[in-house]
Design a protein. Structure first.
Length: 98
C-alpha cells in the first residue's frame, strides 16, 4: 500500500543544485575565490582589449617557437656534418696506418 502511495505522484530524482554549496569549505579560500571572480568581470571593451593582447602574445610565442625550431634543425645539421667529418677523418687515419 505504501509503495502504491509513493508511486501515485511518481518517485522523482532529486535535482542537482545549480550552485555548489560553500558550506564547510575553507573560509579564506571562499573569500579569495569570490574576489578573484570579481576581478575577472569586465566590460566588453576591456574584453576585446584582453583578447587582442592574448592574440598578440600567441603570435609572439608561435614566432619564437618557429625560430627555436629552425635553430634546433641548424644545430642538428651541424652536428651531423661534424660527425661525418670525424668519421671520414678516422677512416682516413685507418687507411694511412695500413
Amino acid at each position: 500500500n505504501q509503495s502504491h502511495k509513493n508511486h501515485r505522484n511518481g518517485i522523482k530524482k532529486s535535482r542537482r543544485p545549480r550552485k555548489m554549496s560553500m558550506e564547510g569549505m575553507n573560509k579564506k579560500f571562499v573569500r579569495n575565490q569570490a574576489f578573484a571572480k570579481k576581478g575577472l568581470r569586465c566590460s566588453p571593451e576591456e574584453k576585446e582589449k584582453r583578447l587582442a593582447q592574448q592574440k598578440e602574445a600567441q603570435k609572439k610565442m608561435e614566432e619564437k617557437k618557429a625560430h627555436e625550431k629552425v635553430q634546433r634543425l641548424k644545430e642538428l645539421q651541424e652536428e651531423k656534418e661534424r660527425a661525418a667529418l670525424k668519421k671520414a677523418k678516422s677512416k682516413k687515419e685507418v687507411k694511412e696506418d695500413e
